[in-house]
Design a protein around this ligand. Structure first.
Ligand SMILES: [Zn+2]
Length: 306
């Protein structure tokens, strides 16, 4: 029986249970926390592999996009299992792959937002925060299936220090002036503890490639203000070929203050946003297998020549 159940919504509690079991069952992994969310949940990260190419994968910057956390956790278990059993995936030996590559996987960057999007207001959220959230949600107590931001109404993927103030201007043009379910970037860059933790870890790790998983459109974004290198574009083309997704350049508000924008501009490192799946957020679980197959193939075959 696999540890990760792919048939129900993936809350923080389910992530916590699964990731502890995976780390116990596969002692060659290393489980740690990158920091805490506003409500003190762990930003778990698990290391798998011994290779010198460091790949940082993260999911669910956005609450509604918890299916990316489920994908990354199931992928972790899968490659650990294949490593133990000396199995191949898509013709690639996982033990050979893990000699070349080390994956650092943070499945849920925004655990408070994921829980709010799945469970709504729960007793563990302090009353003061609940009251603010209702105001940010246009006086509605219905958060299920709506919430992308963190528990303070800040959109974490607009809170990075990359074109933050230009993004802020665009935000105002779109009439977004206060915290809410989506798109409010905060009062200043890196104001949120989740973003601070991801920035600190990325700087320390100095990954060769960083990938942030989102959902919507089966696209891969690889550039920020034409700063991506030729090599980064080439990697993006290979990712697109392997997954069947489209390689794209972002436009408008989506092109500011995101994680990949910051990695590309501040660290001069290839970074990607992968929009896995298609449909209305939250993507239904019936989309999971398609997301899983395409992205697993892409991740195990991307590094076969590196
Ligand atoms: Zn997203």
């Amino acid at each position: 029986m696999p540890i990760v159940n792919k048939n129900s919504e993936f809350t923080y509690k389910r992530l916590e249970e699964a990731i502890y079991k995976i780390s116990k069952k596969y002692p060659f992994t290393d489980l740690f926390s990158l920091g805490k969310s506003v409500l003190a949940k762990n930003l778990f990260c698990i290391k798998v592999g011994n290779g010198k190419t460091r790949i940082f994968l993260n999911g669910a910057h956005h609450g509604l996009e918890w299916i990316t956390s489920l994908f990354l956790t199931a992928f972790t278990e899968d490659i650990c299992d294949c490593y133990c059993k000396n199995k191949s995936v898509e013709g690639t030996s996982i033990s050979e792959l893990l000699k070349k590559v080390t994956f650092y996987i943070c499945p849920m960057v925004n655990p408070d937002g994921v829980n709010l999007a799945i469970c709504g207001l729960t007793p563990d959220i302090p009353q003061k925060i609940c009251q603010k959230l209702i105001i940010y949600n246009k006086n509605s107590c219905d958060f299920k299936g709506k919430w992308q931001a963190n528990i303070r109404g800040i959109d974490l993927n607009h809170n990075y220090n990359a074109g933050f103030w230009e993004g802020k201007q665009k935000e105002k043009e779109l009439n977004i002036h206060m915290p809410g379910p989506t798109r409010f970037s905060g009062m200043f860059p890196e104001s949120e503890p989740e973003v601070q933790a991801i920035v600190k870890f990325t700087k320390m790790l100095k990954p060769d490639i960083a990938i942030a998983y989102h959902t919507q459109g089966e696209e891969i974004y690889y550039d920020y203000q034409a700063l991506a290198s030729k090599e980064a574009k080439k990697i993006g083309e290979k990712m697109a070929r392997l997954s069947g997704y489209t390689l794209s350049a972002p436009e408008g508000i989506a092109s500011f203050s995101g994680y990949k924008d910051w990695v590309i501009s501040a660290l001069k490192t290839p970074a990607y946003t992968i929009e896995a799946g298609k449909g209305k957020n939250p993507l239904p679980l019936c989309e999971f297998n398609s997301i899983y197959d395409k992205n697993r193939r892409m991740l195990v075959k991307l590094f076969t020549d590196c």
